[in-house]
Design a protein around this ligand. Structure first.
Ligand SMILES: O=C(O)CCC(=O)C(=O)O
Ligand SMILES: [Fe+2]
Length: 367
């Protein structure tokens, strides 16, 4: 890799005799840089995505707060999916709206999933014993992660736009899921694993998250949110998930990726291209071969919008697996199942915003 810019992958090459070459290109990109541009995603419409994202954040704050997480507005019903406001005093300076997969049937019934999980041992590290308490906690976690999306109903006279927004975003979530699962098949093939090596982790009910982000301009950024000439909007980090498909937009640069020589590379927008990167979970499941590269967002002279899609397994997907030629890294025991849901719960509830929820659970004898 001579040039210092992200490689470009064209998903259209997955069809026909060019697939083998695409598999090799993808493996090279993701085992070195860990980031790539991705084009050729069927139906990807960045103009409409940006228009609707802007529309959402132009709604009165009062309307957005009606569909926020409970920790930001006790009157809301949702704990996990929905709007989150800017938190003053944090380096990460953004508001967002998080959307899970569309629930095709009824919302998840914890009993049906639990019956299935009871036949498979849970990871003792995540959920100590199978006594009543932990079983109740398990039910709570399932309901928490599988809660239904909430949507703006826009009482200010744009009801048709609000309906269109919901349908469009549900479809976009589905399209991103399909593209991400095709990438996982191509990745598996690149490691001489069966094409569907990862598929069972996602079917039938994965927990992937589509996040619309608005970074408001910060005119008076404090010293601790600066790095030399830059104002930081999202501190340097690795994504924790399997794969991220990030939509960026022409007017809003600001993404910087930690290159292999340890310098930070500006990643400009490319028309019709998403940016794909590996998360820690998939890196772990590849025995460290796929790189979960660090990246950050810096202010680009005003407001900024972006839309990452995070591919995540289902609640009872066993994440203690590794592609051929690697050893499982999550536990000492390769036969030990580690389910995604409880693993994610441990991580999610460490955030300050969930302190209140943990207190509530403790007060009723859970957690
Ligand atoms: O806003 C961006 O361009 C990147 C956001 C990001 O890295 C993240 O949400 O994990
Ligand atoms: Fe990220």
């Amino acid at each position: 890799m001579s040039k210092k810019e992200l490689p470009v992958i064209d998903l259209r090459l997955a069809k026909g005799s060019t697939r083998g070459s695409l598999v090799r290109q993808l493996r090279e990109a993701l085992t070195t840089v860990g980031f790539t541009y991705l084009t050729g995603v069927d139906g990807y419409d960045e103009n409409e995505l940006l228009r609707l994202t802007r529309w959402f954040f132009s709604l009165p704050l009062e309307d957005r707060m009606k569909i926020s997480r409970k920790c930001f507005n006790p009157e809301c019903k949702n704990e996990y999916r929905g709007y989150f406001p800017v938190i003053p005093g944090e380096v990460s300076h953004k508001e967002g709206f998080e959307i899970g997969p569309k629930m095709d049937t009824e919302p998840m019934n914890p009993e049906s999933l639990k019956t299935k999980m009871d036949t498979e041992p849970m990871n003792p590290e995540s959920l100590k014993t199978k006594d009543t308490e932990s079983t109740n906690l398990e039910s709570f976690m399932i309901q928490f992660f599988y809660e239904e999306n909430q949507w703006p109903d826009d009482p200010s006279g744009h009801t048709a736009t609000a309906k269109y927004f919901k349908t469009w975003m549900e479809n976009y979530h589905q399209k991103m899921t399909e593209a991400a699962l095709e990438l996982l098949r191509l990745i598996a093939e690149g490691f001489d694993a069966p094409s569907d090596f990862f598929t069972s982790l996602f079917v039938p009910r994965h927990l992937s998250t589509l996040r619309l982000i608005h970074y408001p301009a910060r005119t008076d950024a404090p010293e601790w949110a600066r790095d030399g000439e830059y104002v930081i909007q999202t501190a340097e980090h690795q994504d924790s998930v399997m794969l991220t498909l990030l939509a960026t937009f022409q007017q809003y640069p600001g993404l910087q990726v930690r290159w292999m020589d340890d310098t930070l590379l500006d990643v400009p927008h490319r028309r019709g291209h998403l940016v794909v990167n590996i998360g820690v979970l998939l890196s772990t499941m590849s025995g460290g071969n796929l790189k979960a590269t660090r990246h950050r967002v810096v202010e680009c002279g005003g407001d900024r919008f972006s839309v990452p899609f995070f591919l995540e397994p289902k609640f009872d997907g066993n994440i203690n697996q590794v592609l051929p030629s690697g050893t499982p890294q999550l536990t000492e025991d390769p036969d030990q199942r580690v389910f995604y849901g409880p693993w994610l719960w441990e991580k999610t509830t460490k955030y300050a915003e969930y302190k209140g929820l943990i207190e509530r659970l403790k007060s009723v004898g859970l957690n």
